[in-house]
Design a protein around this ligand. Structure first.
Ligand SMILES: *Cc1c(COP(=O)(O)O)cnc(C)c1O
Length: 370
């Protein structure tokens, strides 16, 4: 089987370093917060080029804590995309605000900036773009609308650590997570930078937002047993996870390079067989997922499975068609998101795939289309 993810190979490669890091934390007794978490926050802020990183308990927590820290709450509307992991929309509800969904651009799968402005009302406080699959959203256009209307921009960068936004197709570019007022990242094990448990962090250049997020994540307190915000949360990174992530962070760029190399190979090998991704010139894509479109997606998935190739569907339902979220928008009103949900299929693209496995995936997909 060509697996969709291979965390066992990763651990085999890193075992001496990870085991040493775990022993260091076990001996220190610093299990929640502590020096490993502080060091990881510093290293992440250097890597991203952002002044503040605040470790929290998950990517979902990062989003709703950041929303609250940005001043979003009851009575406010937050505009976002229906074609995302449910946590994006869930975070808006947990923060007490109302999610407003606008359709995606079918070429990028990201929120369509052309539709954004029409969704803004006098209650809109923020826009929450998602860098889906590791490809940055069209941030210049999104930011322009936000500036015209005085909105906060919170990036959902859960799938996009290391992705970059290159103005005018130029080289270099700014990291995903530094393109708005704040960003939420996930450290869930299958993400491009994954812990061995749950974790997440907020990135921001704003001193006050960072301070507020840190307060909220720890019972509204800065000085122990003195609480200045109600109600806060218990949402912190633990020392074991931070120590593991410090072993992995220096390897992230190399792993993302390997993902991009596999994507290049798929782009060539799958041309004409399925619709391959079309990243716009501004997007330095890190391929958290390599997602194709096929009209009879479920049949393709079953065929690949028979041939020993795993695949997955991100996501089979847009958020507004989830049983718990019906009422946010009627069926048929977000047609590009609904069509994408019927057609998308993510192929294995993790950095531990061998060249032979990559070729096997291409061969299987081509055999289906012939
Ligand atoms: C994974 C993910 C999240 C949530 O992160 P968790 O760490 O699982 O809470 C949020 N948004 C998107 C787009 C994600 O992929």
């Amino acid at each position: 089987m060509v697996p969709i993810i291979d965390l066992q190979s990763e651990y085999r490669l890193l075992k001496p370093d990870i085991d040493a890091a775990l022993e260091r934390v076990l001996a220190s007794g610093a299990f929640v917060g502590g020096p490993e978490v502080a060091a990881l926050e510093r290293e992440l802020s250097e890597y991203l080029g952002v002044p503040h990183v605040v470790g929290v308990g998950s990517g979902t927590d990062a989003l709703f804590i950041a929303l609250r820290a940005l001043g979003v709450g009851p009575g406010d509307e937050v505009v976002t995309t229906p074609f995302t992991f449910v946590a994006t929309v869930e975070a808006i509800l947990v923060a007490g605000a109302k999610p407003v969904l606008v359709d995606i651009d079918p070429l990028t799968f990201n929120l369509d900036p052309e539709l954004l402005e029409a969704a803004v009302t006098e209650r809109t406080r923020a826009v929450l773009p998602v860098h889906l699959y590791g490809q940055v959203a069209p941030m210049a256009e999104i930011r322009a609308v936000a500036e015209r209307h005085g909105l906060k921009v919170l990036e959902d960068a859960a799938q996009a650590i290391g992705a970059r936004y290159c103005e005018a197709g130029g080289a270099g570019g700014a990291m995903a997570g530094t393109l708005g007022h704040a960003a939420g990242f996930s450290l869930y094990p299958t993400k491009n930078l994954g812990a061995y448990g749950d974790g997440g962090f907020i990135a921001t250049a704003d001193d006050a937002v960072a301070e507020e997020a840190r307060l909220l994540a720890s019972h509204g307190s800065k000085v122990r047993y003195h609480h200045v915000r109600a109600a806060g949360y218990t949402s912190r990174l633990d020392g074991l996870q931070a120590a593991i992530l410090r072993v992995k962070l220096p390897r992230l760029e190399g792993w993302n390079r390997r993902r991009r190399e596999i994507a290049r190979r798929y782009d060539e090998g799958l041309r004409g067989a399925v619709r391959t991704p079309t990243p716009p010139p501004y997007a330095h894509h890190v391929y958290h997922q390599y997602t194709v479109r096929a009209p009879e997606r479920d049949r393709l998935q079953a065929f690949l499975k028979e041939r020993g190739v795993a695949s997955s569907v991100h996501y089979p339902l847009p958020v507004h068609l989830q049983p718990a979220y019906r009422g946010l928008a009627p069926e048929g009103s977000l047609p590009h998101a609904e069509q994408a949900a019927r057609e998308v299929l993510s192929l294995p693209v993790h950095p531990f795939l061998t060249d032979a496995q990559v070729e096997a995936v291409i061969e299987a997909v081509r055999a289906y289309s012939n």
